[in-house]
Design a protein around this ligand. Structure first.
Ligand SMILES: [Zn+2]
Length: 126
């Protein structure tokens, strides 16, 4: 079995010294669960266990990942909530919930990856 690549993962426990630190050897795969074999990760530093999908719209979703992706792709293409619900075959409340989760995940990613936003060239201050 190939070694699990955990370079993009980090401990999700805010109280842990390894929180947010990627690329180390702090994490291990200790179990797989569900039909798709999702990985349960373990932090050697704080002993926390968490799903590899914690903090994403896939976490604890009863929908298959491709359905979640389909919902988010429809929204990204500009479809409204009700239109997305009809096209993806899910409830409109599900669309709203997934959109909120994806938005939170995108905000977290932005805060981690973007050190500062460039000035708006059309803004009042230059
Ligand atoms: Zn930890």
């Amino acid at each position: 079995m190939p070694k699990d690549d955990l370079a993009r993962f980090c401990c999700r426990n805010p109280d842990c010294d390894a929180y947010g630190r990627r690329g180390g050897d702090d994490l291990l795969v200790i179990d797989r669960f569900g039909k798709a074999g999702h990985r349960l990760l373990y932090c050697r530093i704080c002993k926390a266990r968490f799903s590899e999908f914690k903090g994403t719209p896939f976490f604890n979703s009863k929908f298959p990942h491709d359905e979640v992706v389909a919902v988010l792709e429809h929204l990204a293409e500009g479809c409204g909530v009700r239109q997305t619900a009809r096209l993806a075959g899910v409830d409109k409340d599900t669309v709203t919930r997934l959109a909120r989760l994806a938005g939170r995940h995108a905000e977290d990613s932005h805060d981690e990856l973007v050190a500062f936003s460039p000035r708006d060239p059309r803004g009042p201050a230059r």
